[in-house]
Ligand binder design. Sequence first.
Ligand code: ZN
Length: 335
Amino acid sequence: MPATEFDPDLIKNAFRKYLKGFYAEHSRQMKFCGNTPESFVEWKKSAQQRVLELLSIDHLPVETPEMRIIKEVKYDNYTVKKIQYQTLPELIVPAYLFIPENCSSPSPTLLCPPGHGSGINQVIDEEGAYHKYPHVFAEAGYITLVPEHISFGERSTSGQGECSFDHEALNLLGSTVIGYRMWELQRSLDLLESLPQVDPDRIGCAGLSLGGEMTLYLAACDPRIKVACVACFLTSFKGTFLKEAHCTCGYVPKMARDFEHVDIASLIAPNPLMIQAGNLDPSFLVEDAMEAYTELLELYQMLDVANFVTLDVFEGGHEFHLDPVLAWFEQWFKD
Ligand SMILES: [Zn+2]
């Protein structure tokens, strides 16, 4: 008597179901479980160390790069310098540095890591998701730096990025491309701090999508970022990378086993953090951003700084909602 066959749909869908159960059972193993400011400080130390361990960048040197100025374009109230600097002898970072007019005393500064796509030119030149935010901040008196990530724009042979290859190659070698990008952003901070016009107590970071992901990791791991804005990223691994395929270059092996987005964001506390979510964004959902925000708010309340975290839900898609971002930095850096 032959056995009854399993339903073919059961076979096809089995692994997705299994993954959900695996996530429920094994994720967030290092989330904060305490309820006092003292226990948070303790947790933050070990959790930061673990995030850095997972990013796998401890073989990379910590040296302040020197910049070369390639060209300058003058606008009414600021100058845009096209610069280059080396993070390793082989790794040259093209970037745009915006210096406001009459920038004689130390000024507030914004680091602008680009999102996934065609790189720094897309951020500063094109209308669209970024709304040219480095120009808007420069106009408001901020020094602004837009550095090219590994794999994209001027650092890509195709112009569209070899990011998956770079990610996989680095994984095989025991490191991560997210880690390399963050390490390069830290060298960008070194460079900014070496400029006399930059006020090291007023350096912020704001990014959209992959730029938001990089803002999240950088602000979580480097205390030199005093204020952050993560646009259209901060939701959950569960609702994004574990729900549908995204480009692999945003993945850090084992990260979701120990931390969710909200746990990485918790490392930013008690520094000010704005989260943005567009109600038409198909991939980074408002509901997931709200869930993360609710959990973060509890932490910030426990630390007695409830108004240091905010969620801006706006009418729009996968893009910056610029006025509130500028107002957020003005609130902390100018008032
Ligand atoms: Zn990619």
